[in-house]
Ligand binder design. Structure first.
Ligand code: TXA
Ligand code: MG
Length: 338
């Protein structure tokens, strides 16, 4: 199959929407990362997503909607909390997990009885959902295990020859995937993202917990609340180590670890001090800039043929928690504290 890279003109959005209605897969831009979309009501189409990505079958997909009316295709249970959250954060990078209708294909939900729903804010995503006139099931449009795509060229690298269309909507501004929040029995963040715990608590007027699996490996035999948590994720080919400590101690550590093909993954302000080749991921005190840059930076580590990557530790709160969560998985939880 030849993969066509389309600019996001009204004409190509219509071509892509028709293809989706006919059961094809289309990679679409969202504000977080590119998604690999299929008609969420078409079980066969959704099945093809798993093949194209090489994704484990037990990892459920997020359904993307463009209007609140579309909720009724996915769930009969719209709790007051969901209405509040939609009001505060949709369209935007928040996925809410609610009980699903029995008509939602089990390929979407992995048979969990729940469905993750979000209304993306990217205008091209909204337009294509609107024209296709169905909810779109879409995981990130990378091969399973590699860093999520934040540019159409990343999607082409991973999906060339596997899907008919990639819609180019420019760089994703958020850069990490949506916050995934489960509402029952009580609000829990299953995956941290751009929308933070503090923002969610403010909107819901109640405490919001953070699942333990966000910052620690799942215990052997423990059940993953969000199946995505248990897989190696976001990983470049190199071995990644997160280095916790001041800039001085980080630079000192690098001076002592200069094996060939070692790369530093550091903040922009660190650059003048780094004694080995480096890639930057945002500015030290600006977590949003780190989120926007992280996945591109991880792909750059691959492009540079890095074998060992020493990454500076991001903050563990606010948007920084999302950055930390992704980097921890890229590093398979290897943290060196200096
Ligand atoms: O920003 C995003 O969320 C992007 C863009 C394309 O929208 N999508 C995305 O999808 O990141 P994916 O499939 O790469 O990640 C979905 C995550 C997985 O960790 C999955 O386990 C979890 O959401 N998830 C989906 N449905 C769920 C459900 N019903 N219950 C618990 N976790 C769920
Ligand atoms: Mg993903």
């Amino acid at each position: 199959m030849q993969t066509q890279l389309l600019n996001a003109s009204p004409a190509s959005i219509s071509v892509a929407a028709k293809a989706l209605q006919q059961g094809a897969l289309v990679a679409i831009p969202t504000e977080t990362v590119y998604g690999l979309a299929a008609d969420a009501t078409n079980a066969k189409a959704v099945e093809n997503i798993f093949q194209a990505k090489g994704r484990p079958q037990d990892n459920p997909l997020i359904c993307h909607i463009s209007t609140l009316e579309m909720l009724s295709l996915l769930t009969d249970d719209v709790p007051a909390a969901l209405v509040r959250l939609a009001d505060a954060f949709w369209p935007g990078p928040l996925t809410v997990v609610v009980p699903c209708k029995s008509t939602v294909p089990t390929q979407v939900t992995a048979g969990l009885g729940t469905v993750g729903i979000r209304m993306p804010s990217h205008p091209v995503a909204l337009q294509i959902i609107q024209e296709a006139d169905v909810p779109l099931a879409a995981p990130s449009a990378n091969r399973s295990g590699s860093p999520s795509p934040t540019l159409a060229s990343h999607v082409m690298q991973d999906m060339q020859g596997k899907i008919p269309y990639v819609l180019d909507g420019g760089p994703c501004t958020v850069g990490v995937e949506s916050t995934v929040l489960s509402l029952s029995p009580a609000p829990v963040i299953l995956r941290p993202g751009y929308i933070t715990q503090v923002q969610l608590e403010k909107a819901l007027q109640q405490p919001v917990a953070i699942a333990a699996a966000v910052s620690a490996p799942l215990q052997k035999g423990a059940k993953a609340e969000s199946p995505g948590m248990k897989y190696r994720h976001y990983a470049p080919k190199a071995q990644v180590f997160i280095i916790e400590g001041s800039r001085e101690s980080y630079v000192h550590y690098l001076q002592q670890h200069t094996a060939p093909n070692t790369l530093a993954l550091c903040f922009e302000e660190d650059a003048p001090f780094i004694p080995v080749p480096f890639v930057t991921y945002g500015r030290q005190a600006d977590e949003a800039s780190q989120a926007a840059a992280l996945f591109t930076a991880l792909r750059q580590c691959d492009d540079a043929n890095a074998e060992i990557v020493y990454a500076r530790m991001p903050q563990k709160s606010g948007i920084g928690l999302a950055v930390y969560n992704r980097l921890l998985r890229a590093a398979t939880f290897r943290v060196i504290t200096l």
